[in-house]
Design a protein around this ligand. Structure first.
Ligand code: CA
Length: 616
């Protein structure tokens, strides 16, 4: 018996001494010196690593505490990185007694000059939203990646089509020339899921870009090239849920890492967003809203676990610092615990005071959406550092305005009343405004392929307060390719795949309507780029009158009169009704048509027309 024990001891000793310790992950994979916060927490994942003691020698970087998890395969290591530490490597030794059995070289990089002060998106921007898998396939060699669970299937609307980061790099000059100043990519992090992985919302690796889109280097390079062209980049991040194939699901560090972990039947979120703010909400409704899974393939992360919270916060800061991104779009903003969202936004703003973050809160209620914005004095004391939100109420109002005939309660009045509710928001100029996005029917479909209504909708979005966003292909009147299923909304950008006859940037193979739309957008977007009065001017609007909605954007020196005319016959605009905003100006020129108006007489307007009249 003793002999056996000795033999087993020897074998164990041999395993530890001569076999390398197997480390699967060290996250974040590197960090920086000179960050505002001197704290860093490493997640280390490896086979039975909890049995080792850790030590850092010959460095000012100190281990504050090592936390064991419930799984023996994790260690969470609290480090202090004093401001005086220089960029370079330090070593973390894994020790068994006095013996060092493994060493990690951890890299601290120098920060890029100006990184902390980077300017986020502003109302001077117009964002081009891209679904990377469906935009441009710039590198067919990454369409299939060995070892990944889903390959190419371009004929399936839910399959991967092969679009990638290289394609976006290739089309940046086109995006910039068309007049967009920022890009927002649907998520690009790894989604190694067996199906439906193209959309990117089921993260299986928080620190690596999906290889079918490219590499981290390519993504970082895209941001750098865009930055050098004066184009900003917004990263789509999801902290509410991950993908079911994430290794956390098979080896979670803690039993509360994921909400409703290990249950036999999924509990799904009830999507009752008001429960988060409702003073009368029941506990079960609140719990189901924030802890239920978004869908069966997307487990709900528990941000009340402090290690999860730190992991997600550091992950976002890592991507900001590693890239030139100017903003983050946070998916499903109200689904995680609201205390965590405050911690997350404020930690980012602590490092990057001018950075832009926009939250997705898909409801038709300025009262609810405004709850989340920084500066809102909420009765429950919750006050985040979130600069912006997606203006869904304005989007829905625009659909109504374009789809419904004019009446007391439908049509242009919806736009008027939506904007009138801006009193709810601490800062409405920071909202992202949009005619559609990747989750709803394309605007051209929504207006019934009606070119006049399309121009009216785009004219509205590009002259209203806030930060406009258009979905890729809107500039060439892309419509749904079938019903409103996601694949039909997120269809391939024409000419984005090899050997296609269409080439949009070169304006080859466009239909008359596509050419007219592109010309219209180019003209308006490039005009808007220069117009401080649209970016920062005040807004004064007039209640819709005789099927016309009139508003002015104005500064001390400039004024623009916007008219949305929904009359189906020629109409006369009674100019004296608007005298208070004309201030003695006598002439105006319409940006869309070039037509010159004299302001001393009623304006004769064409049917179904949007006018953007610069006053002189
Ligand atoms: Ca590709």
């Amino acid at each position: 018996m003793k002999k056996h024990v000795l033999l087993i001891s020897f074998l164990l000793f041999a395993t530890v001494s001569f076999t390398q310790v197997k480390i699967n992950k060290v996250e974040p994979p590197y960090w920086w010196v000179g960050m505002n916060s001197t704290d860093l927490q490493l997640l280390i994942h490896g086979d039975n690593i909890s049995e080792y003691n850790l030590e850092i020698k010959n460095s000012q970087v100190k281990i504050k505490k090592v936390h064991q998890a419930e799984s023996a395969n994790y260690l969470f290591v609290d480090l202090t990185i004093p401001a005086s530490v220089l960029a370079g490597k330090f070593q973390i030794d894994f020790k068994k007694g006095q013996r060092t059995v493994y060493t990690i070289d951890y890299v601290l990089k120098e920060r890029r000059k100006g990184s902390a002060d980077r300017l986020g998106a502003t109302p001077a921007d117009v964002i081009y939203l891209i679904t990377p898998d469906r935009f441009v396939n710039g590198d067919p060699s990454n369409d299939e990646v060995a070892g990944m669970k889903e390959g190419l299937s371009r004929d399936e609307d839910f399959g991967r089509h092969g679009g990638d980061i290289q394609g976006i790099i290739d089309y940046l000059p086109y995006i910039k020339q068309t007049g967009f100043t920022s890009i927002w990519l649907n998520p690009v992090l790894e989604n190694d899921m067996p199906e439906w992985s193209y959309h990117g919302y089921a993260t299986t690796d928080y620190y690596n870009v999906d290889k079918r889109f490219g590499s981290n280097e390519e993504y970082i390079n895209l941001g750098k090239i865009a930055y050098e062209m004066g184009v900003g980049m917004i990263m789509d991040i999801i902290v509410n849920h991950c993908g079911l194939e994430h290794y956390w699901l098979t080896d979670p560090p803690f039993s509360d890492w994921v909400n409703y972990q290990g249950q036999e039947e999924n509990t799904f979120t009830n999507h009752r967003k008001y429960t988060v703010v409702d003073p009368y909400a029941s506990n079960i409704d609140r719990k189901e809203m924030t802890e239920g899974w978004f869908v069966g393939a997307m487990p709900d992360l528990n941000q009340r676990n402090p290690f999860m919270s730190t992991y997600l916060i550091q992950n976002s800061i890592w991507w900001i610092e590693a890239t030139h991104i100017t903003g983050i779009r946070q998916d499903t903003y109200s689904y995680p615990f609201k205390e965590f969202m405050t911690d997350w936004t404020c930690a980012i703003k602590n490092e990057y005071p001018n950075f832009y973050i926009v939250g997705e809160e898909w409801v038709d209620s300025p009262a609810l959406i405004s709850y989340w914005q920084e500066g809102k004095n909420n009765a429950d004391g919750n006050n985040s550092c979130l600069p912006g939100l997606m203006d869904f109420p304005l989007c829905f109002a625009l659909h109504n305005a374009m789809q419904k005939d004019e009446s007391w309660s439908d049509g242009l009045v919806k736009l008027y009343e939506s904007i009138a509710q801006d009193y709810s928001y601490p800062d409405p100029s920071q909202l992202v405004i949009f005619p559609d996005n990747h989750d709803m029917s394309r605007i051209y479909t929504q207006v019934g392929d009606d070119f006049a209504k399309y121009k009216m909708a785009i004219s509205y979005i590009l002259t209203m307060r806030g930060i406009p966003q258009l979905y890729y292909g809107t500039e060439i009147v892309m419509s749904n390719t079938g019903d409103d299923s996601h694949g039909n909304i997120r269809s391939d950008f024409p000419g984005g795949w090899p050997n296609e006859e269409v080439n949009i940037p070169k304006k080859v193979g466009l239909s008359d309507e596509q050419a007219k739309a592109l010309n219209f957008c180019e003209n308006l977007l490039n005009w808007r780029k220069q117009k401080d009065v649209i970016h920062n001017g005040k807004l004064t609007h007039f209640a819709p009158y005789k099927n016309m909605y009139v508003y002015f954007r104005h500064t001390e020196t400039e004024s623009v009169m916007i008219i949305l005319n929904k009359n189906k016959e020629k109409a006369s605009l009674e100019i004296e009704r608007y005298a208070e905003m004309l201030d003695g100006r006598s002439m105006g020129k319409d940006i869309n048509t070039g037509k010159v108006f004299k302001l001393n007489t009623n304006l004769e307007l064409d049917p179904m027309q949007a006018y953007i009249i610069e006053l002189r």
